[in-house]
Design a binder for this molecule. Structure first.
Ligand SMILES: NC(=O)c1ccc[n+]([C@@H]2O[C@H](COP(=O)([O-])OP(=O)(O)OC[C@H]3O[C@@H](n4cnc5c(N)ncnc54)[C@H](O)[C@@H]3O)[C@@H](O)[C@H]2O)c1
Length: 260
């Protein structure tokens, strides 16, 4: 028996990166999956490659009507909703003194409000299903700070906090809510769509993790997907309101003076 047999999952931001890896792994483990994103062509390709176990649904996580439509499409196609992965997110990168209010609000809207709307949309169908598992993708930036990322860090700490409140409120209905805190992972975040920008960002990130992470490398989307699989499945049946870090040891500590 596969680890997600009989489960139905909705994953936001699943056209690329970790969300895509989660959609592929969940389906391989027996789940029915709603691949949701704003990148329609890429998202449809992910769903089509998975086959009959997946649908694609356009979903801008900042839009509450689109959340209602995505949940309706998922339950319409597969009969229920057991697992929600609030994965969609965007980065930022400007000094505090230069960060525009518009940029701050946009990051907050996608990374924080999007998670709130997603969790709220999942409550009724998960109650109907007799329980469920919500995974909120925060970051190590939801546990520490990072230069040039005031809005991003604020949003990821908010996700960590909302996770705990939701876990308390929804536990009595059998709905578990946990947060995942990835370190640096090879995805598209932080890179533009222009040729060469993905490779340029990777080179900088790899140099950083090689030097600072105890495991000495950047993570792969599939490594986060495996953690998400555990939390989506009944194997994590006694975990809720908890934080799961996968960062190659990056935030475990720091070297003593003179040894960096
Ligand atoms: N890659 C990392 O190093 C890293 C580290 C920690 C946390 N994260 C978090 O992981 C999550 C996934 O990011 P990723 O690294 O796979 O990045 P990615 O850019 O490869 O994928 C993000 C996906 O989210 C989608 N998206 C963006 N805005 C959206 C919106 N408004 N509505 C719906 N979808 C939207 C994008 O189209 C894209 O498909 C994010 O929440 C990110 O903050 C990433």
């Amino acid at each position: 028996m596969a680890r997600l047999d009989g489960k139905v999952a909705l994953i936001s931001g699943a056209a690329r990166g970790m969300g895509k890896a989660e959609a592929q792994l969940f389906a391989a483990e027996g789940a029915k999956v709603a691949v949701c994103d704003v990148r329609d062509d890429e998202g449809k390709a992910v769903a089509e490659a998975i086959g009959a176990s997946a649908i694609y649904q356009h979903l801008d996580v900042t839009n509450e009507d689109e959340w209602a439509a995505a949940v309706a499409a998922t339950t319409g196609a597969f009969g229920k909703l057991d697992v929600l992965v609030n994965n969609a997110g965007i980065g930022d990168g400007s000094p505090l003194a230069e960060m525009t209010l518009e940029n701050y609000r946009r990051v907050t809207e996608v990374n924080q409000t999007g998670v709130f709307l997603g969790m709220r949309s999942a409550v009724a169908p998960m109650k109907d299903a007799g329980g469920g598992s919500i995974l909120n993708i925060s970051s190590i930036d939801g546990m520490i700070g990072m230069d040039l990322c005031t809005a991003y860090v604020a949003s990821k700490w908010a996700v960590r906090g909302m996770t705990k409140t939701a876990a308390r409120e929804l536990g009595p209905f059998g709905i578990r809510v946990n947060s995942i805190h990835p370190g640096f992972i090879h995805t598209h975040i932080g890179a533009g769509d222009e040729p060469g920008s993905l490779e340029a960002v990777r080179e900088i990130v790899d140099a950083h993790t090689e030097k600072l992470a105890p495991l000495g490398r950047t993570g792969k989307p599939e490594e986060i997907a495996k953690l998400a699989l555990f939390l989506a499945s009944d194997e994590s049946s006694y975990s809720t309101g908890s934080e799961f870090v996968a960062d190659g040891g990056l935030i475990a500590g720091y070297p003593p003076p003179g040894m960096a």
